[in-house]
Write a protein that binds this ligand. Structure first.
Ligand code: FES
Length: 567
């Protein structure tokens, strides 16, 4: 099937195949009328609204309202809004981990955009994997599309301080593990961390992907950080619905016109300047791949050297997304790094980035939240890739979130062979571990049974946590929540489950991390490693079926965005 917009004609587009197109059109009109549409309504262009409301997705609790606002915008511009459900991925409700289903959601969304009579689509997403899935789908379907995000949660209060999911979830859990917080208080905190609709309240993965979508030009300007409960969020949905109608028939504003090598580079810059989530490296790589753009992690390092961290939000800094929105949001960041950006790129708004940046900001920038270039939070970008004998295809470090002295560190490996092994032994009082050791987790990458969960934030062994240890170097082929922090090396590629060098590490081996030199080396004689490789046990044969089988057969490594090789 072709993606040519000229072939899409409202209700008569992409007809069901009965071998008689006129019959198919008549039958469809007849069935559409059963839903109460008039022929005047059915003559309009159709804007599909991909609705990811789900009882298993707390972050999308307000989507019924957002759908109504989007419909209003579509109607105002002369289109017919038609809402349709797709897979929804509520981060904490999925087993083994939401990333495993991102590609399923992308496939579902892409195919429904293609198969249904949709002239343009508004994608309503928010929780971590939903926006990447929708952008991947939009690029593959290449039908005019506008991304609307859920917006961040507002903060809660506890003993006079603000709380926001989920950096504070982790902070309190670490205090509970260390014995600073008792069972009664942790239960109280549990009810105060996530108190409104919307996505996690800090610069986690969802917020990062919202900023990336706006920077790519797939969302309307100044929309990424509007709080979920703010009336502006509804106005953004209304405007997006309107804009989707206007995009129908435009020859040059389809997703693949907007998401290009240049706009992707802009997105990397913003990811670095906001010190965004490490997960976004995987998602932006997958989005770029759908746009036909290959990501080179060495290029990420060059951009990281030139792009300062400007945004002072948790988990790296002190503030929350609601402050970021009030303080200027993405437009203020874009203005601040304008000399580093490709400005002549189109956006769904119909304006180029240059035109958007030239517009005055609605409010004065809060310089505590969004720093000027002359006073950055950090002169270097928040994320870097490291390479070496332990990670030949790279690994990612969020240097802005780490204890700086650990970024240059050599230590003894304490190895956990799986997540089960980790949970069994990490708190064992007899575990042979000191604060200078390096914790290594194997078999948590994309092809492992765990399917690359957010388990890279290995807990500090309880006996060390009780002694006041707050950070240690931790290395794995897993991911880490965008709301977490520490000297954590993630996404090691190739992963242990496909025989990467991570699989060969043994207790007591020396490992050297040098973020300054972008190096991660296993200091073991190559002949010894070869011997260990030959002795590696064959992975157990697993009975797989359905999506699990498709996933296992086609999933790519972290440096290729964990997309499927069939796309
Ligand atoms: Fe949905 Fe954090 S759980 S964004």
């Amino acid at each position: 099937m072709t993606n040519d917009d000229n072939k899409r004609r409202g209700i008569a587009g992409g007809l069901t195949n009965y071998g008689d197109p006129e019959f198919a059109a008549y039958l469809r009109r007849s069935f559409a009328r059963s839903m109460g549409y008039s022929s005047e309504a059915l003559a309009r262009p159709i804007v599909g609204i991909a609705n990811t409301y789900s009882g298993f997705n707390n972050c999308h609790r307000h989507f019924p309202e957002l759908v109504e606002a989007t419909k209003r915008g579509v109607l105002m511009a002369g289109g017919l809004p038609v809402e349709f459900p797709t897979t929804s991925l509520g981060e904490v409700f999925l087993n083994p981990t939401s990333l495993k289903f991102r590609n399923l959601m992308a496939m579902d969304t892409e195919e429904m955009i293609r198969a249904q009579p949709i002239d343009a689509v508004v994608l309503l997403g928010g929780c971590d994997k939903t926006v990447p899935a929708q952008l991947m789908a939009a690029l593959s379907a290449n039908v005019p599309a506008v991304q609307v995000v859920a917006g961040p949660m507002s903060t809660g209060r506890h003993k006079g301080e603000r709380l926001g999911a989920c950096t504070d979830c982790r902070r309190f859990w670490a205090r509970y593990r260390a014995g600073d917080v008792d069972a009664a208080e942790i239960e109280t905190v549990e009810g105060r961390l996530a108190t409104t609709a919307g996505t996690c309240a800090v610069m986690g993965t969802a917020s990062t992907m919202a900023c990336i979508s706006e920077t790519l030009g797939m969302s309307l300007p100044n929309s990424a950080a509007i709080p979920a409960v703010h009336a502006d969020r509804l106005r953004n949905a209304e405007e997006s619905g309107k804009r989707a109608v206007e995009l129908i028939g435009t020859a040059t504003l389809r997703p693949r016109d907007i998401v290009t090598e240049k706009s992707i580079e802009n997105a990397w810059r913003v990811l670095l300047a906001i010190s965004g989530s490490t997960n976004a490296v995987i998602h932006l790589t997958a989005i770029a791949r759908r746009a036909g753009v290959r990501v080179d992690l060495n290029r990420l390092n060059r951009l990281s050297d030139e792009t300062p961290v400007l945004v002072n939000l948790k988990p790296v800094g002190d503030n929350y997304m609601e402050d970021f929105h009030a303080g200027g949001g993405v437009p203020a960041v874009l203005k601040e790094i304008r000399d580093l950006l490709h400005l002549d790129v189109p956006t769904v708004s119909g304006k180029t980035l240059r035109e958007l940046i030239a517009a005055p900001l609605a409010d004065q920038v809060n310089r505590t939240i969004i720093r000027p270039r002359t006073e950055p939070v950090d002169p270097d970008g928040g994320l870097v890739a490291v390479f070496g004998t332990l990670a030949p295809r790279g690994a990612i470090v969020k240097r802005a979130a780490a204890d700086k002295k650990l970024l240059e560190h050599e230590g003894r490996a304490v190895v956990f062979s799986s997540l089960e092994d980790l949970s069994k032994r990490i708190d064992d009082p007899d575990l042979d571990v000191t604060a200078d050791d390096i914790l290594v987790l194997q078999n948590a990458g994309p092809r492992s049974a765990a399917a690359m969960p957010e388990a890279g934030y290995l807990p500090i062994p309880r006996k060390l946590a009780k002694a006041g240890v707050k950070d240690m170097v931790r290395i794995s082929d897993a991911r880490m929540s965008g709301t977490a922090y520490g000297a954590i090396v993630l996404h090691v590629a190739p992963e242990a489950a496909v025989g990467g060098p991570l699989a060969l590490v043994k207790n007591g081996d020396r490992i050297k991390l040098s973020v300054a030199q972008r190096k991660l080396d296993l200091l073991v004689d190559p002949a010894e490693l070869e011997k260990r490789r030959k002795a590696l046990p064959q992975p157990p044969k697993m009975e797989r079926r359905g999506y699990d089988k498709l996933y296992d057969a086609h999933v790519l490594q972290a440096d290729e965005g964990v997309d499927f090789d069939i796309f």
